[in-house]
Design a protein. Structure first.
Length: 210
């Protein structure tokens, strides 16, 4: 079971979900999971359940999900997220990990892996951004509509976000359950402004550089 953990690291409030706080008995490196846009650590809940014998840490990027407030007026670029991930691992005294990244989290994982190769026991990328081939068209469209996005009533913005998330599911029941989990933090923080801050921070130069 994933349990919430929080800490302030270098003045930044960080949040993550953990299925174990101690090193594995067999000295296997912990599995660190990094989510994408527009989700959070809960996107990994079923994956973590498949790893009962491993220490699993699902890290939350600053400015996303339960850390939206912590991201206000901060750099949310992938390069900045990779630096925060590195500092978080150091604060937890973790020097070697199996690193798993999805979507934007895959870009963060690539940056960390290139910059700190000795800290990576294995790297897993799932549908990850890479090189200069992103953001994808829907995200570019949302960026172009940024001023409108921030003025949309939360009800309409949440409905649009929910519809976009549901496209990733073949099972309707799973879509409803997952969408409710992922959209709730955005509703609490203000859907449009939170999404705009995330989208405006995206720059393919972060992954092209590595």
């Amino acid at each position: 079971m994933l349990r919430e953990r929080r800490s302030s690291i270098d003045g930044v409030a960080m949040r993550w979900l953990a299925s174990g706080d101690e090193p594995a008995a067999d000295d296997q490196p912990p599995v660190v999971l990094v989510h994408g846009l527009p989700t959070g650590p809960l996107v990994w809940r079923h994956v973590a359940a498949c790893l009962p014998r491993r220490r699993v840490l699902a890290w939350e990027m600053t400015g996303y999900a339960g850390s939206i407030a912590a991201g206000r007026d901060r750099d949310l670029s992938l390069a900045a997220q990779a630096r925060r991930l590195q500092r978080w691992l150091a604060a937890l005294e973790i020097d070697r990990v199996t690193l798993v990244g999805h979507d934007l989290g895959g870009g963060v994982a690539q940056i960390l892996a290139v910059g700190q190769p000795d800290s990576i026991a294995a790297l897993v990328l799932a549908n990850a951004v890479a090189f200069d081939t992103w953001p994808v068209a829907p995200v570019r469209a949302a960026r172009a509509l940024g001023p409108i996005l921030t003025r949309l009533p939360d009800r309409l913005a949440a409905a649009a976000l929910s519809a976009a998330l549901r496209l990733g599911y073949a099972d309707a029941a799973q879509a409803r359950a997952s969408t409710a989990l992922h959209v709730a933090p955005y509703v609490a923080a203000g859907v449009g402004p939170a999404l705009r801050a995330q989208i405006d921070a995206l720059d393919a130069a972060d992954t092209a550089a590595v």
